[in-house]
Ligand binder design. Sequence first.
Ligand SMILES: Nc1ncnc2c1ncn2[C@@H]1O[C@H](COP(=O)(O)OP(=O)(O)OP(=O)(O)O)[C@@H](O)[C@H]1O
Ligand SMILES: [Mg+2]
Length: 344
Amino acid sequence: MPLTQDQVRDALKRVKYPGFSRDIVSFGIVQQIVLQDKRCSVNMTLTTGDTKIADQIRKESEEVLRDLDGLESIVVNVNAHAAVPAGGAFQQNQVKGIRYAVAVASGKGGVGKSTVSVNLAIALSQLGARVGLMDCDIYGPSIPLMMNVKTPPTAENDKLIPITSYGVKLMSMGFLMDPDAPVIWRGPMITRTIQQFVHNVEWGELDYLVIDLPPGTGDAQLSLCQTLPLSGAVMVTTPQEVALIDVRKAAAMFHKVNVPILGVVENMSYFLCPSDQKRYDIFGEGGGQREATRLNVPLFGQIPLEIAARQGGDTGVPLMVSGAKSTAGKAFLQVAENLRKRLP
Ligand SMILES: Nc1ncnc2c1ncn2[C@@H]1O[C@H](COP(=O)(O)OP(=O)(O)OP(=O)(O)O)[C@@H](O)[C@H]1O
Ligand SMILES: [Mg+2]
């Protein structure tokens, strides 16, 4: 019995994407399997310029195919294109009309990614940029609430029209999900949904598309980073070492898919006590700077704990709207200015 494509594909499922638990087939890397007599050739495409990853996938794929009976010749082609051109220039976005797509990421949940995404987006628009905000947090989209958007977007000519709030065009996965339905987001589904999400939204002309990623560094995040045409990522961390361990994992993930880290934002850096004006380093200090130094990127800013920042999240009036002149507000503005320096 000659081998079938399914048998070859099943064998390739034993190859994991280096460093991840998911296999290369479910990742969508395997593009074509050609079987002719006893010859087999496989074409794969990677969105990373990291030749080590390409080599490892090629080697392991050849190994599993050699284990199959009845093949005399095996050719595995792995096409790896860098998402970033050599020379370190930041990639302009491939989605029409969008200049830069910037992911806001962290290894750990609850460090203030969504708060930073919302206030960074508003700060950029206050600086005069045209800004979109895309909420990709498939586990718990919170941005519509934070941006005080309650109505779902409308569609025109098969395209979703983002809702403008506080000068920012907003689109959220939350709009597309039934809040009561338990959704099992399997990797391939996420990739497809995100692709539709990116390409079927009528963003118009944007200077920056800020993207709030889900927390963690698992397969879902890797899929997102492979699917979204990212110019770079902003890492959010809190000052203590525990959060930094996770931020390093996230940085390693971006490195794998060749998305440059643009800078670090340290959130919940300190608390300025209104009664004694003293600064309290509740979560330790210096972590953001240490991480920025290690990654060889700038520390974009340190955002203090501010009651209005938390209230803003709950009431739908972000800090950059209610308290732009506060210490935290000024810190967000500085983050926006520093980002704009990196992506002019
Ligand atoms: N600088 C700050 N000062 C005060 N509260 C803050 C600050 N940053 C974030 N918060 C609050 O901390 C909580 C977590 O923040 P946020 O939801 O932005 O984190 P996240 O990283 O997006 O979380 P998740 O991982 O669940 O998506 C929220 O209640 C938010 O209002
Ligand atoms: Mg969030």
